[in-house]
Design a protein around this ligand. Structure first.
Ligand SMILES: Cc1cc2nc3c(=O)[nH]c(=O)nc-3n(C[C@H](O)[C@H](O)[C@H](O)COP(=O)(O)OP(=O)(O)OC[C@H]3O[C@@H](n4cnc5c(N)ncnc54)[C@H](O)[C@@H]3O)c2cc1C
Length: 611
């Protein structure tokens, strides 16, 4: 018998999706082994586009702001085309839709993002990383899968004689995923014949005027995309013929790509003395429609969906996959949720991948096609592309993802009686969307600026929704100096803090936030009329060592010169208020009136494991 090492979770692949999964495990203290074939992080090239939702996610772990500061913002998108051999700028338009997120699309090399994630992971002792290691065998014992405490996964790797046993396995090992192949699963789809594109990362020396803006160029000599990046770098996507693609693959020399690039950019000049990375790829869209096996093995990122890098979605959707999975795994492993919640990984993320694949097809068609739409302006070479670009700014940026009803998500109703579940055993509490008309049940909680009751500082409410595995209950209490609203608030907080309340019975004894519920108040009373110490204790938790938590109560008041005072309006909440339950991944699970505690508890009863 060989010696055996036991892990709660084994993650294969330290790319963006594997590192995001590992980040969750590190944050929630789950014993994890991360296995990576390479000797370290990505050093150059690969993905570089970060969408606003990804920034929000990275920020929820505490390092989004530093990545944001380091990245290059792509504010505008310019469309250029040539006619009669003359290259001209057709339009300049915003590269994002204002108001959806405080972050917008930006670029930074994949390696830097991996480094930020790795730095976070390395601060946590529950994770062990094995570089230059690949798994060589995988077995799953069917009989043990129903037992939550069992280790049904048995693996070996190429660097050790020891056996690895795990409760869960996450395959984040990219498009050629070994884990996926071992499960007998395939990526299905196709490649576009002759859809070859070269990729060149360099510091350009050029007189092309929009080199620091995102550009899509359709010239008589071919199609080109320009993506400005950090540190004066620019990424060029260059459409090439099959002949050029074949020539490049002989010696992988970037001069082959530069020759085509120069042709397309004429009459502008191009030179470079600093080339960071170059490659070539063929456009294709492929999807594996199975994201999990026996609720024990999960696949994420490129392992289950691959597509062109045209819209810069690859790294984003891959990280968002494992962001969706990570907190669910931690909740089950920490014993606060039933393993049934793990089924929602596939039901929530597969539709996102399907939409991504369809979107990428439209994007590629819009960028690659040279045809003009006869029904539109005959000179407009971008008529196929414009709707897709605007879709990219809203839905495709991850902000538009809405998860459907499930054990972890209520359905939405406009009926006022919807959430009045008298019997807490009722399995189907519904949300009252009309109480917060600008918040979508299933969508991520949008951010509004509010003033902290204690220090009057403006905060983005989303900054409070940190990723720790904790649920967030945002109570919109209205004007709590009004007797009726005050009573309604007190009844709700009394119910939540009752020693026998269901919410109190989910807390872990070691003080870990995983699975617990944090309550916040956003009120509309003038903040000088509200006394912090008179507020219900659940809104100002006390710690023997660090005193009161001052960051749970906010006023929707105007602040001098800093905006604020429009949160209720922005969320579509009336003066009667409501409560909004936000999952650990910032998606809104339930909206109810302040009285709808039974519905709230009925929701948790569906999956929570109580003491
Ligand atoms: C050459 C190339 C160029 C790209 N260019 C762009 C681009 O310009 N823009 C864009 O948005 N996207 C681009 N992508 C796609 C983008 O990088 C991916 O969508 C994103 O990285 C997916 O993240 P992931 O973690 O799922 O997979 P990956 O980033 O592929 O990470 C998988 C990891 O698993 C490791 N691994 C693989 N097999 C094993 C094994 N058996 N054992 C252990 N470890 C293993 C790999 O070494 C790798 O570190 C590119 C991808 C590649 C490969």
């Amino acid at each position: 018998m060989t010696a055996t090492d036991y892990f709660d979770v084994v993650i294969v692949g330290a790319g963006p999706s594997g590192l995001m999964a590992t980040t969750w495990m590190a944050r929630t203290g789950i014993k994890t082994l991360l296995i990576e074939k390479k000797s370290g992080r990505t050093l150059a090239g690969h993905a570089d586009g970060l969408e606003s939702r990804t920034f929000e996610i990275l920020n929820s772990f505490g390092f989004g702001e530093s990545i944001w500061m380091e990245s290059n913002k792509t504010i505008d998108v310019c469309l250029w085309s040539s006619s009669g051999g003359y290259l001209r700028r057709d339009s300049v338009s915003p590269n994002h839709e204002p108001g959806l997120s405080r972050f917008q699309e930006a670029t930074l090399g994949q390696g830097r993002i991996e480094e930020h994630l790795l730095n976070f992971v390395k601060q946590h002792s529950s994770v062990k990383i094995k570089w230059e290691t690949v798994p060589i065998s995988l077995k799953i014992s069917d009989g043990k899968c129903d037992d939550p405490g069992s280790y049904p996964i048995e693996m070996r790797n190429d660097c050790s004689e020891r056996t690895i046993r795990a409760r869960y396995l996450v395959g984040c090992d990219g498009a050629h995923s070994w884990v996926r192949k071992r499960l007998g699963l395939f990526l299905e789809g196709d490649q576009t014949p002759n859809g070859h594109w070269g990729v060149l990362d360099c510091i350009p020396i050029t007189d092309f005027p929009d080199i620091r803006k995102r550009c899509i160029i359709k010239s008589d000599a071919g199609n080109l995309m320009i993506i400005p990046r950090e540190k004066k770098l620019v990424r060029f996507y260059i459409q090439v013929s099959p002949l050029v693609a074949a020539r490049f693959k002989v010696d992988y020399h970037s001069s082959t790509l530069i020759a085509v690039l120069r042709d397309i950019l004429q009459p502008y000049t191009f030179n470079t003395l600093h080339i960071e990375w170059s490659t070539i790829y063929t456009i294709g869209q492929r999807l594996c429609s199975t994201f999990s096996v026996m609720n024990r093995i999960f696949l994420a990122g490129d392992a289950v969906h691959t597509h062109s890098p045209k819209a810069g979605q690859g790294m984003n959707v891959s990280m968002q996959d494992s962001y969706n999975l990570g907190w669910k795994l931690s909740s089950v492993l920490r014993g606060v949720a039933t393993s049934e919640i793990l089924h929602t990984y596939q039901t929530e993320r597969l539709p996102v991948a399907e939409r991504l694949i369809a979107f990428d097809r439209r994007m590629c068609f819009g960028i690659c096609s040279t045809e003009k739409d006869p029904s539109e302006n005959a000179n407009d070479r971008f008529s196929n592309l414009r709707p897709t670009l605007s879709e990219e700014n809203s839905c495709a940026a991850g902000i538009g993802v809405v998860y459907g009803p499930s054990i972890l998500m209520t359905s939405s109703s406009d009926c006022d009686s919807a959430a009045n579940v008298e019997d807490t055993q009722s399995p189907f509490p519904q949300s009252k969307h009309h109480l917060a008309t600008c918040i979508t049940v299933g969508g991520r909680m949008p951010s509004q600026r509010v003033l902290c009751q204690s220090d009057s500082r403006p905060w983005h409410l989303q900054d409070r929704l940190v990723s720790t595995g904790q649920w967030h209950l945002i109570i919109f209490g209205g004007d709590i100096t009004d007797g009726i609203q005050k009573t309604r608030l007190n009844q709700l907080t009394n119910s939540l803090s009752h020693p026998e309340s269901l919410i109190n019975s989910i807390n872990l004894s070691d003080g870990s936030p995983v699975g617990s519920l944090a309550a916040y108040l956003v009120h509309t009373a003038p903040r000088e009329k509200v006394e912090f110490m008179e507020l219900p204790a659940i809104l100002r938790p006390f710690d023997k060592e660090i005193g009161y938590d001052y960051s749970r109560v906010f006023a929707d008041n105007a602040s001098s010169g800093e905006g604020c005072g429009e949160a209720y309006q922005g969320y579509g909440v009336s003066s009667r208020g409501c409560m909004v339950l936000v999952r650990p991944d910032q998606h809104v699970a339930f909206i109810g009136a302040l009285e709808d505690t039974n519905a709230l508890y009925a929701f948790f009863t569906r999956f929570a494991v109580t003491k």
